[in-house]
Write a new protein. Structure first.
Lengths: 516, 326
């Protein structure tokens, strides 16, 4: 890595008094119906420096990336490039302004070659307007060498691993003369060695004077490569400065802050005997050695970073995927679950995270959606009993206070909140013992969140056991009787409600030991 | 949904009646009960196959092998009948249904266990089943004089003005209504096609449900194999060549969504009848068979455009006030 052939002077860490930002966001506000995702945030990116953007899930980081890359247009605020306020109307505007993004999962074309991916949309042309393959290949090789990537420009992308795909994405960024590179959790899917290579590459980009926005949950890498930090919480900027001037503890404190104005329902602490025991559940690639127990009327929170293997484990527990080993006991008896159908029969139900995709069947009427997992119970001699079907559907939709004109109305004609009620009614109608809620309040507004929490508490008070997978700390702290933290496919810690602090959770999930 | 489907079926029924009325004004006697019964009878096989195909399409799959399945079972039962004229027709019908189900099960297993796209599987088996006919017949025809009288007479036997062929179609329709509307399996067809991901989480085995639909479609194709060969009193390699497209067309015209999850027994039956009326009306009106094809094709596109329109209006409902008006 040579520093002297760069066009712009590279500032040493901490010495930025005389540097002007390449790009600055001023007072960016973005509101979605019912949710304010960003409330007047500021962010500055300096040439040759890495700015780490940290914050909990839902802090507004993804929204900010989308504003930066022209996918969302902010309701208020300016994007200032070289001291000139501007607006990104489209993604092309952002790309023309030199902003490029490398996402967690790269958005490239698997069946095109490396060179084609790098130059798609701005390929060098011959005099006749045709693609100049020779020049394209030479330039691709040039850029790849520059970033230290030893890739064949003629290889198709499908043949490459994720790390190499990232390299192609970076090469593409350089081919369009990017000045600002946004990296959204680029290491989330990489192995240890690949991560090291990525760090080298980030150093190289710095030396070329690129301004880098680096989004990460991992403290070790933030302190390894970032020069500056900006912390978001609940859509607001709560702190910014030089990495050299801050400690990890301080950063964690800023991230979690204090839960603001959220009130959780009170619960009767009437917890009964153990109803579910999971022993040694393992999967070849997704999780290993999961052990825990769940008691009647208990709400057990599962916390972890995205990709910690929580949903994957829950899917195995529900029989969607098969574990390689492990056993389950329900009410003290060994239970074998090989399919969702068997799980439902054993009294375990799973409300998936992606309710649009995995929840309701929108072309079917409400009553048919509600009774779908319970058809065995309402049929005799192989035929469904219509009267029983209607009364079952009515009972549970009324219980959830579903406001719909008629039960034979299509679910597709309902609003999002009511569709969700249909999905929950469907599961309650199976008379479960254990209900697994995967991110139950993701993407819904504050009012609906409170309603979901209320309802969850009510279920637990009635003796139903709840497993709640959540990435939102206030929700985990406010609702759970006990919290299990998962990291990289394993349970790393278990806490009782008493004495649990946000800091403890964040440290356990991020793998940062309390030593400093 | 029920309301919209009903209105869609009503429109189709209206179109069929209007078509019959139109032809009647120029060629009196077309709408006479005897002629209508004969049109219904002519369309029986198409209706039966369309019902089987409907269950497959409801699960987001397609069965292109039905016509080959029909031709192969037809050849097999005709061969058995020629060799053993004494075997009762009822046994032959059971053999035809069982053989058809077996071929359907082969499609279903490939789709279920190997997770192959159904269009590829049935495109392959369509050719395979057709090829097998040639292998067992050596390309020879089995003609009327080689078949027993009982074998040929059954579908033509007239009861209350309608041949047995037409009554069998009515029986299949009558069995299909409760099967689709009132059994867990029927419900599963809709769930699997409407949202396969959600169906998995609901405890429905998506692969097995698709397998069931292929077996059902295959069994009906087998039944039609006997009906076709006995009615026309001839079996040869190219029986019902290309008929699978008519079957799919009947489903599409009948409002069965090719994307799965939407459709009704009434729709499939009316879709088949619509094609049947066109096929019977155009020769009466002296329109060339080439125009018949063009008109059938236009009907398919109009039906699809109409269905796409009614599905599009659904969109996303965000406004509370829009919920009750739909």
């Amino acid at each position: 890595m040579t520093l002297d052939n760069t066009k712009q002077p590279t500032a040493a860490r901490g010495d930025t008094a005389d540097l002007a930002p390449v790009l600055a966001l001023r007072g960016i506000t973005k509101t979605f119906p019912g949710v304010r995702a960003l409330g007047g945030v500021d962010l500055a990116l300096y040439p040759g420096q890495v700015t780490a953007l940290v914050g909990e899930n839902g802090a507004g980081k993804s929204t900010l990336v989308k504003v930066l890359t022209g996918i969302y247009r902010p309701d208020a605020g300016d994007i200032v490039i070289d001291d000139t306020p501007t607006q990104f109307q489209t993604a092309t505007d952002a790309s023309d302004a030199g902003v490029t993004a490398i996402h967690q999962e790269t958005v490239l074309f698997d069946d095109l070659t490396v060179a084609e991916n790098i130059f798609l949309g701005h390929a060098p042309r011959t005099r006749w307007g045709l693609i100049d393959w020779g020049t394209m290949r030479t330039q691709a090789t040039e850029i790849l060498t520059r970033i230290g990537a030893n890739l064949d420009p003629d290889a198709t992308l499908r043949e490459l691993g994720i790390a190499n795909k990232h390299l192609v994405a970076i090469a593409r960024a350089l081919s369009v003369q990017a000045r600002v590179v946004v990296m959204d959790e680029p290491t989330a899917a990489l192995s240890r060695a690949e991560i090291e290579e990525l760090y080298d590459l980030v150093d190289r980009l710095k030396s070329e004077g690129k301004a880098i926005l680096f989004i990460s949950h991992k403290f070790d890498e933030i302190f390894r490569i970032a020069d500056r930090y900006t912390v978001f919480r609940d859509g607001e900027m709560v702190g910014a400065g030089m990495i050299a001037d801050i400690t990890e503890n301080k950063l964690v404190e800023m991230m979690v802050g204090r839960p603001v104005g959220q009130v959780f329902p009170t619960r009767s602490t009437n917890i009964g005997d153990e109803i579910l025991r999971v022993a040694g559940y393992s999967h070849p690639t997704e999780f290993a050695d999961i052990n825990f127990g769940l008691r009647r009327g208990e709400i057990l929170g599962f916390y972890g970073l995205v990709g910690a293997g929580r949903s994957e484990f829950m899917q195995a527990l529900f029989g969607v995927t098969k574990p390689s080993k492990g056993a389950i006991k329900i009410d003290g008896k060994i239970a074998i679950i090989r399919s969702p159908n068997e799980a439902i029969e054993q009294g375990i139900v799973y409300v998936p995270e992606d309710r649009g995709k995995q929840g309701a069947i929108t072309d079917l009427p409400i009553f048919q959606n509600v009774t779908l997992p319970s058809l065995g119970r309402i049929s005799g001699n192989g035929f469904l009993k219509m009267a029983e079907e209607f009364s079952l559907a009515r009972k549970y939709t009324e219980r959830l206070d579903l406001r719909a004109a008629a039960l034979d109305q299509n679910v597709g004609n309902l609003s999002g909140g009511n569709q969700q009620k249909v999905v929950i009614a469907k599961w309650l109608a199976t008379l479960p013992k254990v209900i697994i809620l995967d991110e139950p309040t993701k993407g819904i507004d504050v009012g609906s969140k409170a309603a979901v929490h209320e309802f969850m508490a009510e279920l637990a008070n009635e003796g139903l056991s709840v497993i709640m997978v959540s990435s939102e700390i206030p929700e985990i702290l406010g609702m759970s009787d006990r919290v299990i933290v998962m990291r990289e496919g394993r349970i790393v810690d278990e806490y009782d409600r008493e004495g649990l602090t946000p800091e403890k959770l964040v440290r356990a999930a991020a793998g940062y030991e309390e030593s400093a | 949904m029920l309301k919209r489907l009903k209105s869609r079926e009503t429109i189709l029924l209206g179109a069929i009646i209007a078509l019959i009325a139109l032809v009647e004004t120029r060629f009196s006697g077309f709408a006479a009960p005897g002629n209508l019964a004969s049109i219904f009878n002519d369309t029986s096989i198409l209706m039966i196959l369309a019902l089987g195909q409907m269950t497959v399409i409801l699960t987001k799959c397609i069965d292109l092998s039905v016509a080959s399945n029909l031709a192969l079972t037809g050849m097999v039962v005709a061969t058995i009948n020629a060799a053993m004229p004494g075997m009762p027709v009822a046994v032959l019908i059971l053999i035809a249904i069982a053989l058809g189900m077996l071929m359907g099960a082969f499609n279903g297993v490939l789709v279920w266990l190997l997770d192959l796209p159904s269009i590829v599987v049935t495109l392959g088996t369509m050719t395979i089943y057709r090829g097998v006919i040639f292998l067992i017949s050596d390309g020879a025809w089995i003609n009327a004089h080689e078949m027993s009288d009982g074998f040929k007479a059954l579908p033509r036997h007239v009861i209350l003005g309608l041949p047995v062929l037409g009554w069998i179609a009515i029986l299949v329709i009558a069995l299909f209504v409760p099967l689709i509307m009132r059994t867990p399996m029927g419900r599963a067809f809709y769930a699997v096609g409407g949202n396969p991901h959600a169906a998995v989480y609901t405890g429905i085995n998506v692969g097995r449900t698709r397998f069931n639909s292929f077996v059902l479609s295959g069994g009906l194709a087998g039944l039609c194999g006997y009906l076709w060969v006995s009615r026309y009193a001839v079996a040869y390699t190219d029986v019902a060549g290309g008929f699978e497209l008519d079957v799919v067309a009947a489903c599409v015209i009948g409002g069965i969504s090719i994307a799965g999850g939407i459709g009704s027994v009434g729709g499939a039956v009316l879709g088949a009848l619509f094609l049947g009326v066109i096929k019977n009306a155009l020769p009466v009106a002296g329109i060339s068979p080439f125009w018949q094809l063009a008109i059938s094709g236009a009907a398919i596109i109009i039906a699809v455009a109409f269905n796409a329109q009614s599905e599009r209006t659904k969109g996303r409902v965000i406004l509370k006030s829009a919920e009750t008006t739909s």
